[in-house]
Design a protein around this ligand. Structure first.
Ligand SMILES: [Zn+2]
Length: 380
């Protein structure tokens, strides 16, 4: 499957897919630092093979290492930051049981193939191509691959933001969706923990002395979920609850974990303040709420629109119509969008991220690699 266009170089789908297979077959769950480091070793070796400059950033807090790759050409000035992650949500052993690498027609399956080893590999393939052709881009390209995106990038966020500050553009290789659409806006994410303390009592003999933390939690859940406003773009999900010890004891304690998505900083700040100000219905019960925004909203401003239009023109030249969308899901693009114009969802097309039918469409590989290549070459 070779591209034979005269004004564009050859990118080979079979070679790209074989490379993705090698990356997918190194399982790398976020929670297994040694496994993520094996993946980093492989990416490092592949990039070393094309003469790229490499910086390995040691992991901490139990997470794996991050990798910062710089194109063989270009200086230390403002460049293009390509953002990827090495980790997946799939436990070791998924490859050997539920989700072996396999190709059926146009569909290739494997753990992390869609989110996002496929996309990360496309960026590598585009840079390899330039290196083979002896061509250089106007801007230096820096490819940052982090080890713990799937848990919110707690150890890499500062590195991501630092690299975004010296980038003119940021390209994120998260998967494309809904037929190849890229992402130009993402909701912000907030997380909270709610701890409720009541007063225990024997549920038969001294029921009236008890102050039930579980009953209080039930009321708070309804208030929290009622903050959901689809028109405003706010959703609140009380996703985890616990409380009480025995059926015949008025519950002293209850607990909840809450996920909130917001469209932008202003709406987010107001919604966060509302959660942090929760008051108990029962004056004898205490509430403790902790948390806040952990990924800011990613809003499509004029500079992102201009970058999207540029990408759209490149895609039209390749022969496909590029569309964009806004999603509720967060990514590292949320950290960079406020710092430098960011396009996300530039990875492979497919579906089933985080599931045991995770898949990419083989026919998307070459067009998407060419789009990445076009952005590398034309952005200045
Ligand atoms: Zn991802």
């Amino acid at each position: 499957m070779n591209e034979t266009s005269t004004n564009r170089p050859v990118l080979d789908a079979d070679e790209i897919l074989a490379g993705i297979r090698e990356w997918v077959e190194i399982e790398s769950p976020t929670t297994d630092a040694a496994a993520v480091n094996r993946m980093a070793d492989k990416v490092q070796a592949d990039y070393a093979g094309i003469g790229a400059r490499l910086e390995r950033i040691a992991g901490r807090d139990g997470f794996g290492d991050h990798l910062l790759v710089t194109s063989p050409w270009g200086g230390d000035g403002p460049g293009i930051l390509v953002l990827s992650h090495l980790d997946t949500v799939h436990d070791i052993g998924t490859l050997g049981t539920k989700l072996p690498f396999r190709v059926e027609g146009d569909v290739a399956y494997g753990p992390g193939i869609y989110d996002m080893k496929g996309g990360a590999h496309l960026a590598f393939a585009a840079m390899r191509h330039l290196a083979r052709e002896g061509r250089e881009t106007v801007l230096p390209i820096r490819h940052l691959l982090v080890s713990e995106e799937e848990v919110g990038s707690p150890t890499s966020r500062a590195i991501i933001e630092r690299e975004a500050r010296r980038a003119k553009f940021v390209l994120v290789t998260e998967p494309a969706r809904e037929g190849g659409k890229i992402v130009t806006a993402r909701k912000g994410t907030a997380r909270f923990e709610l701890r409720i303390k009541g007063r225990p009592a024997h549920s038969g003999a001294r029921h009236e002395d008890g102050r039930s933390a579980v009953k209080e939690l039930a009321r708070q859940i309804l208030d929290l979920e009622a903050m959901t406003d689809y028109a405003l773009g706010v959703t609140v999900n009380v996703g985890v609850v616990s409380g009480g010890t025995r059926a015949n004891v008025v519950a002293e304690e209850a607990y909840a974990e809450i996920d909130m998505r917001v469209p932008n900083q202003a709406v987010g700040d107001a919604a966060v303040a509302k959660v942090l100000a929760l008051k108990p219905y029962d004056p004898d019960v205490t509430l403790a709420v902790t948390g806040g925004l952990n990924r800011p909203g990613y809003e499509k401003g004029a500079d992102i629109e201009a970058l999207f239009q540029h990408a759209k023109r490149i895609a039209a030249g390749i022969g496909f119509e590029l569309k964009d969308l806004k999603t509720g899901g967060g990514s590292d693009g949320n950290f960079t969008a406020a710092i430098a114009p960011t396009l996300d969802g530039l990875g492979v097309d497919g579906k089933g991220g985080h599931t045991d039918y995770e898949q990419l469409y083989v026919s998307s590989l070459v067009p998407r690699a060419r789009l990445m290549l076009g952005l590398f070459e034309e952005l200045s």
